[in-house]
Design a protein around this ligand. Structure first.
Ligand SMILES: [Cu+2]
Length: 156
């Protein structure tokens, strides 16, 4: 399903490049009879808070490999709202989409707010290796321990 969305040309040069590469790949593989679809994204889940209302992310450390596509599922099992705020991390990746319910948001994302029981998925490709901080932007939550570390490691 991701292939059609990746292929939309109106999202600019990078996407056109990706589409070109996918088409070239498809032609190459197609000629040899192999499946041309890109690999499915790797799914990773982070919980914002806990059912017992502990102020933390679970897990609070994650590592991503640059160039690989991920589907990051964010959910909030706690009784209060939380933020997933990781602006430098978000600047170091390319977002394919953020999906919540029937809505898909395209383009750069820096922060998501999840109300109790909410779930959202963020499909992206990490690009810039580094160690990035994650926190919840609700007053007092980061201070209480609602922080984490997100790492992007180079593929090589
Ligand atoms: Cu919070």
């Amino acid at each position: 399903m991701g292939q059609q969305r990746v292929g939309r040309p109106r999202q600019g040069g990078f996407l056109a490049l990706v589409m070109g590469l996918l088409m070239a790949l498809g032609l190459t593989l197609g000629a040899s009879g192999a499946i041309a679809s890109p690999p499915p994204p790797e799914t990773v889940t982070i919980h914002l808070g806990t059912p017992a209302d502990n102020l933390r992310f679970e897990p609070d450390q994650l590592s991503f490999t640059a160039g690989q596509r991920y589907r990051l599922v964010l959910d909030n099992p706690s009784p209060e709202k939380h933020y997933f705020t990781a602006k430098d991390f978000a600047d170091g990746l390319w977002t394919q989409k953020v999906q919540a319910g029937d809505v898909e948001v395209k383009g750069a994302i820096h922060e998501l707010e999840l109300k109790p029981g909410a779930i959202a998925e963020w499909v992206f490709v990490p690009e810039r290796p580094g160690l990035y901080e994650l926190h919840c932007a609700i007053a007092g939550h980061a201070e209480a321990g609602m922080v984490g570390q997100l790492e992007i490691v180079s593929a090589g």
